[in-house]
Design a protein around this ligand. Structure first.
Ligand code: UDP
Length: 327
């Protein structure tokens, strides 16, 4: 049995689907503050707070859990600046309580959702796993600390850990069963699509057109959420006791904000009016993942690397669920 924390959230729900598809029994642990019960697609779900160690222990024992995938976390960079306490509690302490619950139950295998935010502003792209971890936001700092907690648990207690560092998770289940729904929405692709859905009532804002990039807008590596889910399943098969393995998960290419807007225009056939705004604080000009290690060590490469296809999958779900999981 695999315990998936945050399994009712965006990336977690896609991982649950992938695990079930490949025959793994799954139990979800989610506080449903940002997750959606409907995204569990009927998978057993324990609603609870990660800081409730007794409930975690009970869930692990009752379900005979053998390994954990830990997605549950707060993940808004901007919010982490104004509300760091929430990030320290839910990300750093949340992981600590989970690790202690696992230790009490002698479960020592964990795939931990990390992020390219641990790198901060890289000196160059593509970014490889050896780059220094110099996060610039409280969110990134809590994720780096989580990685450090895990490194200590590997060394001292023999935990087996894989820490995928995601670039920009994007898209939706190609079969349209799951999608991305956050309130408020700050991520580019759903923000573009939701502005189209609003018929121009909520115009898109482009944060900065004066970056040192070919078209002046930021470049990001949009990695398809279904590919992320596959990588997590593969990680379960390669983890080793006492070893902490970080691995970048990216599409291997970068797209600018204007390229994403152009893809959305093509997919939806709609115009995308936008307002040019100043740069958003803390946005590095370009983030693209070096994915050689994922290929070599995990046997994984992203399959959906065409930005138009990724945007199309996001659009298919959103157009069918204009109010998200409440639709
Ligand atoms: N972005 C934008 N308008 C939006 C949302 C995002 O111009 O409404 C830009 C943002 O500045 C960044 C890129 O799109 O350069 C991706 O942002 P997102 O929040 O999706 O991901 P991040 O890279 O910050 O994790």
């Amino acid at each position: 049995m695999i315990l998936v924390t945050g399994g009712a959230g965006y990336i977690g729900s896609h991982a649950v689907l992938e695990l079930r598809r490949s025959g793994h029994p799954v139990v979800i642990f989610d506080d449903l503050k940002e997750g959606h019960r409907a995204a569990a697609l009927g998978t057993p779900l324990v609603q609870g707070d990660l800081c409730d160690r007794d409930l975690l222990i009970d869930t692990i024992r009752r379900n005979k859990v053998e390994a954990v995938m830990h997605f549950a976390a707060r993940c808004y960079v901007g919010e982490s600046v104004t509300q760091p306490a929430k990030y320290i509690r839910d990300n750093a302490r949340g992981l600590f309580e989970l690790l202690e619950a696992m230790r009490a139950c002698e479960v020592k295998r964990i795939v931990f959702s990390s992020t390219c935010a641990v790198y901060g502003v890289p000196a160059r792209v593509p970014i490889t796993e050896e780059f220094p971890r110099q996060p610039i936001s409280p969110y990134g700092i809590t994720k780096r600390f989580c990685e450090e907690e895990l490194e200590m648990y590997c060394r001292a207690y023999g935990f087996a850990v894989v820490a995928p560092r995601y670039f920009n998770a994007a898209g939706a289940d190609p079969e349209g069963r799951l999608g991305e729904w956050h309130e408020p929405e700050t991520h580019l692709i759903p923000a573009v699509l939701r502005s189209i859905l609003s018929g121009g009532a909520k115009p898109l804002e482009v944060f900065g057109t004066d970056y040192p990039t070919p078209d002046g807008t930021c470049i990001r590596d949009y990695v398809h959420v279904a590919d992320l889910a596959t990588a997590h399943r593969l990680a379960l098969g390669v983890m080793k006791p006492g070893v902490f393995e970080p691995v970048n998960l990216g599409s291997g290419r970068g797209n600018s904000v204007l390229e994403v807007i152009a893809a959305a225009r093509k997919v939806t056939g709609a115009e995308v009016p936008y307002l040019v705004k100043p740069r958003r604080e803390g946005d590095p000009p370009a983030l693209v993942g070096g994915v050689d290690k994922a290929k070599r060590w995990l046997g994984w490469t992203a399959r959906h690397v065409d930005i138009e296809e990724t945007v199309r999958h996001a659009w298919n779900w959103l157009a069918a669920h204009p109010r998200g999981y409440a639709s």
